[in-house]
Design a protein around this ligand. Sequence first.
Ligand code: F0G
Length: 446
Amino acid sequence: MVEMLRTTDRATRERLIKEAGYNVFGLPSDAVYIDLLSDSGTTAMSDYQWAGMMMGDEAYAGSRNFYNLRDTIKEVMGYGYVVPAHQGRGAEHILMNVFVKPGDRVLGNMHFDTTEGHILLKGAEPVNCLAEAGYKVGEEADFKGNFDLDLLEAEINKDVDKAALILITITCNNNGGQPVSMENIRGVRKIADKYGIPVFFDAARFAENAYFIKHLEPGYKDKPVAEIVKEMFSYGDGCTMSAKKDALVNIGGFVAFRSEEHYRKAIEWQVPFEGYVTYGGLAGRDLEAMARGLKEVLNEDYLEDRIGQVRYLADLLVEAGIPIVRPPGGHGVYIDAKSMLPHIPRHQFPAQALTVELYVEGGIRGVELGGCAFGYKDPETGEDVWPELELVRLAIPRRVYTDRHMMVVARALKAVKQRASSIKGLRLVYEAPVMRHFTARFERLE
Ligand code: F0G
């Protein structure tokens, strides 16, 4: 599909962002010129997927599209028990109810915010075991999504009985869409086996992760991505997936299991919250588009183009002197707001301020992944707890924009950089108890 883009003038953008409480989630998309808020659900579907949409079997139970999806997931990932859900967080909700009790701990490389939210809602503790390199934004290293395996084992040993689940997020979204190596995945499996802990993948961007393994990890360059994907998933007991990313669709998700026992438990939660077992909150046509997308995403020319475009934007920004997370990851470029706006203290939300300025400058919508998204007030001391990273993510939708759009983005950021020292911080005036960044409101400090 091709869409018209709309431009707005600066005064309109100033007014709209103020009305939105200086939070780009509150903007109407009509007032956004280039929308890099998310790569989630923003993909342009292919002719083959649209053709599949015409073949929806909308029976309440036993839709043929469900069977096609189930067989595709078995073929691509190797997991035979499939529980559709309306999107990734619906899948996470089910997964947490299968494995996690209040007081438990869920260990991951770095949990995404909805995952963290579901762990907390379950009364459990999210624990990140990302290797140190993953936090060093300017330092080039391969596989910055890797676990620190010693830290993982140490965290398990703090209380083995409470270690309910290990979740490997591929690619690791929060620190830049950074991949996890096969060697590291194997290492996680080995530790999990030692302690008898189930291992699941958050598979939102599994094909992008496999692409990086192919190109960066010794021994994989001649293996087809499809084979690499199969090997990655062979080390897990199942996965959750937000299909809005690497299944190339606008809505959908699922949990998949190797074991029938886990599946049986999962559907107890699926039916009341998502819908009957063969549709899980989706139309038959959505299941079909998902099944087709899961195979299409393995096309290596597609992946080269996709990840090549991310790299292209990253190169333009480096050339313009914008501090970004290096190397760029699979689905977007992440700007280090701490270095770009060093005069703004953490409690004035530098990454949020930068997001606002980029919108005002060029009508470009990125997203804050820093103190607003991941910071919180310590429930005991009431003190602010800040995450290590203070980033602005420019997530690139799949198959939507051209490289010329990327040039516009780079130009706007260059203009923001030129007036960086005059940019003011923000004051948080409203926050929800969990996942606050979606609805937070701010005022601009003068
Ligand atoms: N896991 C990861 C790694 C994600 O990036 C997301 C969503 C989810 C789970 C939740 O899936 O949105 O379908 O419920 N990420 C989007 C983003 C929102 O913009 O990165 P969902």
